[in-house]
Write a protein that binds this ligand. Structure first.
Ligand code: HEC
Length: 226
């Protein structure tokens, strides 16, 4: 055993030269660090992209910001883990490629309420309107707070183009045409959601209210893979 333990080899000599030893240590850490770090910078993306995953529409983006403003992320995660109980309850587990346009990401770390990563299409638009207005009306024992002001607060679409430009500078591929037409596009989608709600017997006049943006956002979640 003792022949494997060098007590006075070259290493011992090196250790006796503190300055040189420090310089050599720093050099080797630098080389090792660079070798590990370079691929991350040089590769365009180390996340497998999914061709059907597209950026949010202007209205969905607005709804997402309201979701952030209202703190929904403090009770809802958007990240299905690859465990059997989660797959059976929520659907297919979340793929990294589904989150490439999530800035900031809303994976969350707490589930007072259920995961929302695949809630899109689970309920009709009207269900979401009623649920936001008063969660107890659709889920009798719910402890989720009311967000009834979303039905009366006016939707602000003026800042959408600026938000899209900011996201584009971070890599979200919005085109000039999409940004220029963002307000019209959002109004059209809002009118569509409002008509849907009306035609299923829900409240009227919601096209210019924040609720339609939140509904559009929730209905989009997890639908890119379907
Ligand atoms: C205090 C915690 C809490 C907050 C904050 C909260 N929720 Fe919930 N949420 C719940 C609970 C608990 C449920 C399950 C009972 C129910 O359906 O209301 C739920 C259910 C839901 C559901 C139905 C999910 C499903 O699959 O059935 C949606 C959609 C939802 N919440 C959206 C939101 C949105 C949007 C916000 C922010 C505007 C929000 N929640 C804020 C606790 C919360």
């Amino acid at each position: 055993m003792s022949k494997f333990i060098q007590t006075d080899g070259r290493h011992r000599t090196l250790e006796g030269w503190p300055l040189i030893f420090t310089i050599l240590t720093v050099l080797s850490v630098l080389v090792g660090g660079t070798v590990e770090f370079l691929p991350l910078v040089l590769m365009e993306s180390n996340i497998p992209t999914i061709s059907t995953v597209t950026p949010y529409t202007p209205l969905e983006l607005t709804g997402r910001d309201i979701y952030i403003r209202e703190g929904c992320v403090s009770c809802h995660s958007q990240m299905i883990r690859p465990f059997r109980d989660e797959l059976e309850r929520y659907g297919d587990y979340s793929k990294p490629g589904e989150s490439i346009y999530e800035r900031p990401f809303l994976w969350g770390s707490k589930r007072t309420g259920p995961d929302l990563a695949r809630v899109g299409g689970k309920y009709p638009d009207l269900w979401h309107v009623r649920h936001m207005e008063n969660p107890r009306s659709t889920s009798p024992s719910s402890l989720m707070p009311k967000y009834d002001w979303l039905l009366s607060r006016d939707l602000d679409l003026q800042s959408v183009p600026a938000k899209m430009k900011a996201l584009r500078s971070l890599g979200t591929p919005y085109t000039d045409t999409e940004i220029a037409g963002a307000i019209d596009d959002a109004s059209a989608q809002a009118a569509h959601v409002a008509r849907n709600v009306e035609s299923s017997g829900g409240p009227t006049g919601l096209a210019s209210k924040e609720i339609v943006a939140v509904v559009a956002y929730l209905q989009r979640l997890g639908t890119d893979l379907k």
